[in-house]
Write a protein that binds this ligand. Structure first.
Ligand code: R5P
Length: 244
């Protein structure tokens, strides 16, 4: 598969760089989800075909299917509860490495796999890097049972923090609720800007019915930013100001 646009080339460059730089024989690897992480999975598969001996733990059924098709050996997280490394994408990442994830509804498995990993590398194009999180609507995964009550409690929490937006249930083009890999719904919350991601993340998860939220705080260790000219830059945290 070849990238079609400059943005695709940037995403591929990030994925290729991460596969080349971080993956070594014997590793247990968390395989992220989304278009950028899938370029990493394709690049990793090439290295596996060349003899690299790794085992992948996918963060979504979509990534599992792609990795299976490409011949990457897979395992459940329960077979390897501690992983060496996870490479994943992000919807937004700030200079501290805090992120919004879940644009593809994969946040729950992604957060579990990332937390099980000794190192987390994020692959992204530079449009994902922001000064302040929150322009991208924050995905929250909720249990279908009583989800309207849960949405009301989310609204109350947001109001108490000075936000006034109601969470919107994510739907497919057919108008049906989006169902996650764990059988839950996604609510997208348009916050505009998030002042204290760590506090908000903890508060969301106190609400009955909230399974997980898309704020990933203190999880990333490094960021690989791809460019349209097929190069990629490896950036430690905090990210340099010039990127923001
Ligand atoms: O649920 C999806 C994941 O969090 C993705 O990693 C995130 O949405 C970024 O995806 P993409 O690389 O396609 O922008």
């Amino acid at each position: 598969m070849e990238p079609k646009t400059g943005l695709d080339r940037a995403k591929r460059a990030a994925g290729v760089k991460a596969a080349e730089r971080y993956c070594t024989g014997g590793m247990k690897l968390g395989l992220g989800s989304g278009t950028t992480a899938h370029w990493f999975v394709r690049a990793l598969a090439e290295r596996v075909r060349d003899g690299l001996d790794v085992v992948g733990v996918p963060t979504s059924t979509a990534t599992r299917d792609l990795a299976l098709e490409l011949g990457i050996p897979l395992a459940d997280l329960d077979a390897f509860p501690e992983l060496d490394l996870t490479v994943d994408g992000a919807d937004e990442i700030d200079r501290h490495g805090d992120m919004i994830k879940g644009g593809g509804a994969c946040l729950l498995w992604e957060k579990i796999v990332a937390r099980a990993s000794r190192r987390v590398v994020i692959v992204a194009d530079d449009a994902k890097i922001v000064d302040r999180l929150g322009a991208f609507p924050l995905p929250i995964e909720v249990l279908p049972f009583g989800w309207l009550s849960c949405r009301g409690l989310i609204h109350d929490l947001l109001t108490s923090f000075g936000y006034d937006d109601l969470a919107i249930e994510r739907r497919t083009r057919d108008g049906n609720p989006v169902i996650t890999d764990s059988g839950n719904y996604i609510l997208d919350v348009d916050l505009g800007g998030i002042g204290n991601p760590a506090t908000l993340a903890m508060q969301f998860n106190q609400i009955p019915g909230v399974i997980e939220n898309g704020l990933f705080v203190g999880i990333a260790h490094e960021v690989v930013v791809g460019n349209a000219d097929n190069t990629a830059d490896v950036l430690g945290l905090p990210l340099p100001q010039l990127v923001g």
